[in-house]
Design a protein around this ligand. Structure first.
Ligand code: FAD
Length: 303
């Protein structure tokens, strides 16, 4: 059996694996797609001490660093079940069952998409999902935020300080964000909020976003906005479906952890975007992965 089995090969899982292996214990990593969300990222400018890098470069760095240690890296393998028996069992989609004394779950999350024409084509070419990451790319330009929940209104307030103008498009007839955020957004001169607006298409010129088309759900009329950027803020979905009824999850499906990365299952720890940490970023996930591995190591030496 493994001493520590890490499920997930993004920044959180990579950090956990390196911290585990450096303790000289038997470490394994199972990753459906090594690199995780970082593999889909272009410019990264907030990975502290590295002024600018990109996703593929950072993923290559993660892999090299992990493989520098004696780690069993099992790529393109998906975990489908976790169960505590004598040891902790992790079943893979291909039917194999891995056993470990401790487990770190770092399966990340994915942004909910609008599923409208143009969205896929213009991803990273104006269609963005992370204002902390990509906001500065639209300095002085016109942008839209799709979604009037807390993350959408927070994004609008955040972007308003950087970009020329922000239009918030909310599908429903009222914003779902907290009152204090709504009041703040409404007070900003360069933020416009449009309710009952259904985005129907992302428009572009073949190279980058030029605008979007939406339907006013009250009148049925179609309208066009000229834009350089579109921030989609309609939810971040944790990759935790396979853990339902196994571990304590929040109502949004995030794994509940404590300050040591412990989950509700003895010997099982978690880190990164799949957990209930408030902020989802590369550097935060790496720190969380290190915490979970140290938490798990502490568990191992006590058990
Ligand atoms: P992830 O990166 O999501 O990795 C999860 C890992 O788990 C993957 O290897 C995945 O294949 C694997 N996995 C999932 N389910 C299973 C399973 N059942 N079995 C086995 N493996 C599984 N953050 C920044 O700090 N700066 C940025 O500039 C930035 N830009 C971004 C741009 C984009 C387009 C996106 C999508 C995100 C961006 N982020 C950025 C956010 C950042 O990528 C995430 O916060 C970070 O990757 C989270 O790391 P993680 O390890 O928790 O999860």
């Amino acid at each position: 059996p493994y001493d520590m089995l890490v499920v997930g090969g993004g920044p959180a899982g990579s950090a956990a694996a390196i911290y585990a292996a450096r303790k000289g214990i038997r470490t394994g990593v199972v990753a459906e797609r090594f690199g995780g969300q970082v593999a889909d990222t272009m410019a990264i400018e907030n990975f502290i001490s590295v002024k600018a890098t990109d996703g593929p470069k950072l993923v290559a760095g993660l892999e090299q660093h992990v493989l520098d240690y004696d780690v069993d890296l099992m790529k393109t393998q998906k975990a489908v079940r976790v169960e505590k028996k004598d040891l902790i069992e992790v079943e893979l989609e291909n039917g194999a069952v891995l056993k470990s004394k401790s487990v770190v779950l770092a399966t990340g999350a994915r942004w909910r998409e609008m599923n409208v024409p143009g969205e896929q084509e213009y991803k990273t070419k104006g269609v963005a999902y992370c204002p902390h990451c990509d906001g500065p790319l639209f300095k002085g330009k016109k942008t839209a935020v799709i979604g009037g929940g807390n993350s959408g209104i927070e994004a609008a307030i955040d972007l308003a300080g950087i970009v020329e103008h922000v239009t918030v498009l909310e599908f429903g007839d009222k914003l779902r964000a907290d009152d204090v955020l709504v009041k703040k957004a409404e007070s900003l001169p360069n933020v416009t909020i449009i309710k009952e607006a259904m985005t129907t298409e992302v428009l572009g010129n073949g190279e980058h976003v030029t605008g979007l088309q939406y339907t006013d759900r009250k009148t049925g009329e179609s309208h066009k906005l000229d834009l350089a950027g579109i921030f989609v803020q309609i939810g971040l979905v944790p990759n935790s479906e396979f853990l339902k009824d196994t571990l304590e999850l929040t109502d949004r499906g995030e794994i509940v952890i404590d300050t040591h990365g412990r989950t509700s299952m003895d010997g099982v720890f978690a880190a990164g975007d799949v957990t209930n940490v408030p902020f989802k970023q590369i550097i935060i996930s790496m720190g969380a992965g290190a915490t979970a591995a140290l938490g798990a190591f502490d568990y191992l030496i006590r058990n």
